[in-house]
Design a binder for this molecule. Structure first.
Ligand SMILES: Nc1nc2c(ncn2[C@@H]2O[C@H](COP(=O)(O)OP(=O)(O)OP(=O)(O)O)[C@@H](O)[C@H]2O)c(=O)[nH]1
Ligand SMILES: O=C([O-])CC(=O)C(=O)O
Ligand SMILES: [Mn+2]
Length: 614
């Protein structure tokens, strides 16, 4: 885009553009003209600025300061009860052609959508400050830093973005020096204030739009202030838009944690794992192994950008800077590493409960349940209340640097080589604790047919089984058939010797008695040990129609009381009748792709059918 010097002077005269990045200056000016904020503020990312915004949020009632001794520099926020999770039915991929969004995404013609959004954003920031947040996903010293700029009218978003991404002046200066492309990410809570009108603690709009323009690589988000709807670097950019960039450039943007494991012999393995929202990524990423001699280090807990390296190896980088973790179930017994990171402070908690001494609490944080709390909606709460004190999708937002077990390679712009990929979901039945894929392509089949019961991380019914390919169903920025073809094409670019081994896992299987078939959490290290020993060619396995599962005694149960090899066999059982029902559901799922389904996956399905004798 070229710009006349007159325009530049105009931009500078209005004081809205302390930047030499022409496109950015023009975009900011254009958005300010559309949304009509009271003022425009460029976020520098400093601690001082953060403290000032936090103080304003306290004064406005959005933030409740926590007891500094328990949670230094930390705050609790409580959202509008109608704005508590991602809204998938309001999320759109507005590619030029409908077929490029595919059957798994909502679509609207981009021009039509722009007209609607232009109307909604018109005057939407009246009475508010418009914040301009330069950010980069991944290290700033990456070969090609992936820049973005979020414009938002929410100070809560600014404070949260500072935790979740690298933001501020340093990013802006580098972006300017490189005349770099950035993803414009526009956000408004959609609650303009008339002169004299008092604000509410959590402004939002009942009408929500989470919209992506993949060809333009831009994002427009309206009406919600919560999580992935509003912190646009996360799901909107690092998954939906990045998946499109990745398709075009030959890499992968995936919904995966990244974990480094070191064996007692000192050999390091990096494991990437794709689980749907609220299905255990953050917990596995912060794992405390319960087996002697194994060390775990965190690389990432939600998003993994993978490229083929110089030697044909698959390498992964976590583009994020913080954790946005599900609070309930995160506790001193299940996830002490997360608890220690949180206890260092500098965190924002949303929709958790407050303790009487100014701390936070949620279901599962401690074994002992407090006698009295203030619940997430501000009501008195006691254990007899008969309702959860924290919202099921309440979250902690904490800098990843506070994780004691953070791997040094987290900071490496080249990332790490991936040695194993896990695909996992939340299934009460059918899916074994772990199964090793027969081959890379069979592993892609496991990913493509991944299924899970829905959770509170998205608005809508909870507990419904749905197919969630590679845990990306709500995050693919393009046609799902093209997405599977893209996965199918990766092997051709890689050194076949260096391709990771793929495993299907399920921590959530139930026994016929109804309890969890596997203790989970830190004990998942036992499953990871088996997977690594399979890579090393050491552990035993039984071949089943769906892949190789552990023999009862090939999983290390040392120190695990009351759990026997017979229990392992229950957890890994592949039941033919259950799998015949599963097969029917997979066939139905694959049929929805029509001709777009890669031949390799059709062949995999036929192979499974044959092995099941179906
Ligand atoms: N039974 C059992 N529950 C688990 C296990 N791992 C995690 N959970 C529970 O699953 C819920 C979600 O776990 P997280 O680790 O936060 O899930 P996530 O995949 O990071 O979720 P998002 O951040 O929404 O993407 C929490 O309530 C956990 O306590 C496990 O191994 N076994
Ligand atoms: O995006 C969010 O709001 C939270 C999250 O990590 C998910 O839902 O997977
Ligand atoms: Mn998580």
């Amino acid at each position: 885009m070229s710009v006349s010097s007159d325009q530049q002077v105009l931009v500078a005269a209005q004081g809205t553009a302390p930047t030499t990045h022409t496109q950015l200056a023009l975009w900011v000016q254009e958005v300010a003209a559309l949304t009509q904020p009271d003022s425009v503020y460029w976020v520098d990312g400093s601690r001082e600025e953060n403290d000032r915004l936090a103080a304003e949020l306290v004064a406005g009632g959005t933030f409740t300061p926590l007891n500094q001794e328990l949670f230094p520099h930390s705050f609790a926020a409580f959202s509008d009860p109608k704005d508590v999770a991602r809204v998938e039915e309001r999320t759109f991929i507005c590619s030029k052609e409908e077929k490029d969004a595919g059957f798994t995404n909502n679509w609207m013609d981009p021009a039509e959508m722009k007209a609607i959004l232009t109307d909604r954003f018109s005057g939407s920031m009246r009475g508010r400050t418009m914040y301009v947040i330069p950010f980069v996903m991944g290290p700033l010293d990456a070969e090609e830093p992936q820049y973005g700029v979020e414009i938002t009218d929410s100070a809560y978003v600014v404070v949260s973005m500072r935790i979740m991404a690298r933001i501020g002046t340093e990013v802006l200066r580098k972006m300017e020096a490189e005349h770099a492309f950035f993803v414009p990410a526009l956000h408004s809570v959609g609650a303009p204030l008339e002169p004299g009108q008092a604000d509410v603690p959590w402004p939002c709009n009942d009408e929500k739009w989470i919209v992506h323009f993949p060809e333009e690589r831009s994002i427009w988000s309206y009406g919600s202030g919560y999580g992935g709807n509003a912190l646009l670097g996360k799901k909107c950019y690092a998954l939906r838009i990045a998946s499109v960039i990745a398709r075009d450039e030959g890499w992968l943007a995936e919904h995966m944690l990244l974990l480094k494991l070191t064996s007692p012999e000192g050999k390091a393995y990096n494991v990437a794992a794709a689980f749907p929202s609220a299905c255990g990524k953050t917990n596995l990423a912060l794992l405390t192994p319960t087996i002697e001699g194994w060390k775990a280090e965190t690389l990432g807990d939600d998003i993994n950008w993978m490229r083929i390296g110089k030697e044909g190896e698959l390498r992964g980088v976590n583009p994020e800077y913080g954790l946005f973790g599900v609070a309930p179930g995160t506790g001193w017994s299940t996830n002490p590493n997360a608890m220690r990171a949180i206890a260092k402070g500098n965190s924002v908690f949303t929709n958790v409960a407050l303790t009487d001494d100014g701390g936070v609490w949620w279901e599962g944080m401690t074994d002992e349940v407090p006698a009295h709390l203030t619940d997430w909606q501000g009501n008195d709460w006691t254990p007899e209340s008969g309702r959860p004190a924290a919202h099921p999708n309440s979250r902690f937002c904490t800098p990843i640097s506070q994780v004691d077990m953070l791997a040094p390679e987290y900071y490496s712009p080249d990332g790490v080589e991936i040695h194993a990929i896990l695909f996992g979901g939340r299934r009460k039945t059918t899916i074994p604790l772990v199964a090793e894929a027969r081959s890379w392509t069979n592993g892609i089949f496991m990913g493509a047919t991944l299924s899970s019961e829905t959770t509170a991380a998205a608005a809508g019914a909870v507990g419904v089984v749905r197919r969630d390919p590679m845990a990306m169903l709500p995050f693919m920025g393009y046609n799902a058939g093209d997405y599977l073809n893209h996965w199918d094409s990766i092997a051709a670019k890689a050194n076949p010797e260096r391709l990771p081994k793929i495993f299907l896992v399920n921590w959530f299987r139930r026994t016929p008695e109804g309890g969890f078939a596997w203790p989970g959490f830190g004990d998942n290290s036992r499953v990871l040990k088996w997977a690594i020993e399979r890579i090393e060619g050491k552990a035993d396995a039984v071949e089943t129609p769906i892949g190789f599962v552990p023999t009862g005694d090939s999983i290390d149960l040392t120190g695990l009381e009351d759990f026997t090899p017979a229990d392992v066999e229950v957890a890994v059982r592949v039941d033919r009748e259950e799998w015949k029902a599963e097969l029917a559901s997979i066939e139905e799922w694959f049929a929805s792709f029509g001709e777009a389904l890669p031949q390799s996956l059709k062949d995999e399905l036929a192979g499974l059918e044959e092995r099941l004798g179906a």
